[in-house]
Write a protein that binds this ligand. Structure first.
Ligand SMILES: [Fe+2]
Ligand SMILES: [Fe+2]
Length: 254
């Protein structure tokens, strides 16, 4: 992985941050009591989850960047954190418009934050991507479950951003796994799969009121989740890379 990789992403984040706000904030719409009841708690949890100062991640990025010679990594990470905070801001504004109360804490958010804290940049990314991959399914469900034109537009915007986040983080993780030796990479990948499976189950239980009307009952949710996972971490690509003895170059991701 080269500095050019991060320069490319810096360019992307800069470009994306300049996108004008064209969301239909003034749209005349009212949520039915049933819809409000279904989405309020769930959307509040995601609004909270998206809202992180990212101080631990920024610190990790600084030391990882120093160690690996990626000078631009802290800046890329700052843009990344800002983009997540923007999602939180957009959801928060929607919630204000519709009188949906915010949450100050939520147990899954607390667990996820705690899991990222004690480890370095690479593991932190593995935990992060778990949430990112699942959010790809969640926001699709939310978009289908709501009658709000505004919320649908916000879901589309967040989905676009999250697709890029997944692409970026998956490349970082594959790079780290390729460089840490086969046994460790195997353990890492299995750990990631276990964490992912458990998180899928928890997210379904916590958010089924949005997921089911959005078209994702348990089976559909489980398989959509794994489809996203396998797309980000194709087993065959990893195997081919190891067999050839090549590392990063084999993981052409863009
Ligand atoms: Fe996000
Ligand atoms: Fe994200």
């Amino acid at each position: 992985m080269k500095e050019a990789f991060f320069r490319g992403w810096l360019e992307y984040f800069e470009w994306n941050s300049e996108e004008p706000d064209t969301f239909p904030w003034q749209a005349r719409e009212a949520l039915s009591p049933l819809e409000s009841m279904r989405i309020a708690k769930s959307i509040a949890a995601f609004q909270l989850g998206e809202n992180s100062e990212g101080s631990a991640l920024l610190k990790f990025a600084q030391s990882y960047g120093d160690r690996m010679g990626f000078a631009v990594l802290p800046l890329v990470t700052a843009f990344f954190v800002q983009e997540e905070r923007n999602h939180s801001g957009l959801l928060g504004r929607f919630m204000d418009k519709h009188g949906i109360p915010k949450r100050q804490s939520e147990w899954t958010d607390t667990v996820f934050r705690a899991m990222r804290k004690p480890f370095g940049f690479e593991v932190s990314n593995s935990v992060l991507i778990t949430a990112e991959l699942i959010s790809l399914v969640y926001y699709r469900a939310l978009r289908e479950a709501t009658s709000s034109r505004l919320l649908r537009a916000l879901c589309n915007k967040i989905l676009e951003d999250e697709k890029s986040h997944v692409e970026y983080e998956a490349a970082l993780i594959r790079f780290a796994q390729a460089g840490c030796g086969r046994p460790r990479a195997w353990v890492w990948r299995q750990g990631q799969r276990v964490l992912y499976a458990g998180t899928l189950a928890v997210v379904f239980l916590e958010h089924r009121q949005v997921l089911a009307p959005g078209g994702y009952r348990w089976k559909a949710f489980w398989s959509a989740g794994w489809k996203e996972f396998d797309r980000a971490f194709p087993v065959s690509a990893a195997e081919v890379a190891y067999r050839n003895g090549s590392k990063v170059e084999a993981f052409r991701w863009r």
